[in-house]
Design a protein around this ligand. Structure first.
Ligand code: TTP
Ligand code: MG
Length: 402
């Protein structure tokens, strides 16, 4: 295979991830049916080793049912910290292949290898090297890899020959690959949509391809166009590196509900400090700001805006939030939760001062001074003088939503 592909996208996903880590850490478990989850009557299966899957055990199944299917299963409670550690190792391996890595869960990512054929060789050589490097770096874990010129096809492909699979779909083979696939493989079609499609007589991608696009948009609206496009091998999506941080937010649940504007501003300011700090640490700027209020009756209200310029200082976020607050009918309700989120994140240029007004540089310098204190003593370390009065109303104060 010597042809050069226009785009090469890898999707890589660890095999029976949590269970395989347990087998790696305890060789007595190798070859045995291992089920991760709590044994309690309401416990749910996180995942199962392939030895347990033979009995029908799978993720999200009640533990009681799993043990009925496989009574000799070895049940192990999850060790999240350990799985996260291994996750970082595999993500590091991915980054040695391409700067463009989009992690989509703890054990899987897209890697954009477009234009790398001269360095890494054919897609097959890339896949083999990736599997080998993950195996070596983790001390013996296997990963399944799918490679295609379209994102969603690489995702379907990585699942085709699990465990320890390598599935390559060349651009010429796309139609042949997609035609027999069941509609349940359509990315974005939930169980309800799948049921509807089957009822309408669409069992495979091939069935969908025979229908005109208009039929799908009439039946399902925008989503219909998306599903029809996938079935036809059309997918414009690219690998987005910032996959892990699409937004950064901070919110507080209060001890006592309030609609006092000064109190609300206090929490907004405090959260803006925190969010701006996180943005700067990650060298990101936000193009949008959202304010979120939850009423005493748990109704969630939110307002958002696009900023004139991407921002990463507390003052800029706070100023935007103040404008947004005017759009709520504040006095109409009392609030139990107050939050601010920065979204539409872009990478911040490193030499930003060169292009900024003296006032903006001053804002940033104040924020950077706060960063120093926060880094050294943790997030609770500093409160602005104007904010000290109301801090007692905090129930628990640290919920990030990024
Ligand atoms: P998956 O990649 O979906 O599953 P897996 O790695 O266990 O198995 P496969 O070989 O089919 O990829 O999810 C990764 C981990 O996320 C999984 O090991 C446990 C966890 N998880 C849950 O806790 N609950 C769930 O419902 C699912 C699907 C996964
Ligand atoms: Mg997996």
């Amino acid at each position: 295979m010597t042809e050069i592909w226009d785009k090469i996208i890898i999707h890589a996903d660890m095999d029976a991830f949590f269970a395989s880590v347990e087998q790696l850490d305890n060789t007595d478990l190798i070859g045995k049916p291992v089920v991760i989850g709590s044994r309690s009557s309401r416990g749910v299966v996180s995942t199962a080793s392939y030895e347990a899957r033979v009995f029908g055990v799978k993720s999200a199944m009640p533990m009681v049912k799993a043990l009925a299917l496989c009574p000799h299963a070895i049940v192990i409670p999850p060790k999240m910290e350990r799985y996260k550690e291994i996750s970082s190792i595999i993500m590091e391996v991915f980054k040695t292949f391409s700067p463009s890595v989009e992690a989509i869960s703890i054990d899987e990512a897209f890697i954009d290898m477009s234009g790398s054929q001269r360095i890494f060789g054919t897609p097959e050589q890339m896949g083999k090297k990736l599997k080998n490097d993950v195996f070596e770096a983790t001390g013996g874990l296997t990963i399944s890899v799918g490679i295609a010129s379209l994102k969603f096809i690489s995702k379907i492909a990585s699942d085709m020959q699990k465990p320890d699979g390598l599935t390559i779909v060349t651009p010429e083979n796309i139609t042949e690959f997609l035609t027999p696939l069941p509609v349940s493989k359509l990315w974005g079609a939930g169980p309800k949509t799948v049921e509807e499609l089957i009822k309408m007589g669409f069992n495979t991608f091939g069935d969908i391809r025979k229908a005109p696009q208009k039929y799908f948009s009439d039946q399902f609206g925008k989503k219909g166009i998306h599903l029809w496009s996938l079935a036809n091998g059309i997918d414009e999506r690219t690998v987005t590196e910032q996959g892990e941080a699409k937004s950064i937010g901070k919110e507080n649940t209060l001890e006592k509900d309030t609609n006092n504007i000064n109190e609300i501003l206090f929490y907004i300011q405090k959260n803006a400090d925190n969010v701006a700090h996180q943005l700067r640490v990650k060298f990101l700027k936000a193009k949008g700001v959202r304010v979120k209020l939850k009423t005493s009756k748990f109704q969630l209200l939110s307002r958002q805006m696009t900023l004139l310029q991407p921002a990463d200082t507390s003052k800029e976020l706070f100023d935007a939030a103040k404008i947004l607050l005017k759009q709520f009918e504040i006095k109409k309700y009392k609030y139990r939760l107050i939050g601010i989120t920065a979204f539409d994140l872009v990478e911040a240029p490193k030499q930003r001062e060169l292009f900024e007004s003296p006032q903006k540089v001053k804002n940033r310098n104040l924020d950077i001074a706060l960063d120093g204190v926060l880094n050294k003593f943790g997030n609770g370390a500093i409160l602005r003088g104007s904010n000290l009065k109301v801090k007692d109303n905090l129930k628990y104060n640290d919920k990030s939503d990024d």
